[in-house]
Design a protein. Sequence first.
Length: 368
Amino acid sequence: MKYYLIAGEASGDLHGSNLMKQLQVFDPAADFRFWGGDKMLAVGGTMVEHYRNTAFMGFLEVIKNLSTILNFIKKCKKDIAEYAPDVLILIDYPGFNLRIAKWAKPAGFKVVYYIVPQVWAWHKSRVHDLGKFTDQLLVILPFEKAFFKENGYETIYTGHPLLDEILVFKSNPDFESKYHITKEIIALLPGSRMQEIKLILPIMLRAIENKDYDIVLAGAPSIPDDIYLQIIEKEQLTGKVILVRNETYEILSRASCALVGSGTATLETALFRVPQIVCYKGGKISYMIAKKLVDLKYISLVNLIAGKEVVKELIQNDLTPENINLALDDLNKNRQKVLNDYNQLILDLGKEGASRHAAESILQTVHS
């Protein structure tokens, strides 16, 4: 069968690649065409556009690049129509994917949304668009199934795909010697988008420049080394920060603590049981708009799933080197409590097998 997948971020690339692997188990002749990244490309198929070209963060940034985004949407619709897939699989990335769904479903394509947008957080009316313009909704967070049911829509809870990814991870025993790591590690995960890295990483570096750790920075696949090195040089920390690419799990499996941008990385850090501080800073105008629209007490997946503050969140003006240091002091004092809360979080997420479950559900929908 022919599968067309659209993922617009690093996390979507990861989850999309694992889904593709499972689809191949059930359908060895699967033909993939997709918008995604290097991980999806490694599985096989044809990549139409890399997410590094399509990821825009924040309201103002989207407005500035609106013509580019609209051209991408036009290109995507034309490509789907020409490829004529048996099923269109949308992976998160709501600003883009919901527009595609509104076109694709009336055009006669079967549409599955895997990792549905966080409509419970803001613009809740989108729940009806999701119900109307898809054939199946696959959710990965425990509370999402109940939210959609309250709004009149059935979903399938697959479990969270990160559980699968971490389960198969095997640590490299030579990692420390490869990067000359001799001290405890403080991990820096400032995000996967250029805009957030430029805003968040300098503050992280200023906070920990005098700490007695090996500072290990997890480089995002779509960001060139030069960007990181320029920031490190500007903060006068050349030679003091270890930049590591495509080995985030190696870092997290060894880290004593971590400074993490919001998003999937917060949950990955928790699943590796690494105490963390969540650091978020957006453009001023985008943040002001988001604050008015988003109806959430927390921004990190860890706290959202737990329904309470498990990890400290430092957001926008609260994200300062001084506040990071205070939070690190608190983290050292409350380390065991954080770890206990992580254990409960992992229980709440359920069993592994999300990608396999999602693949089975998609095939059932196609054949129904």
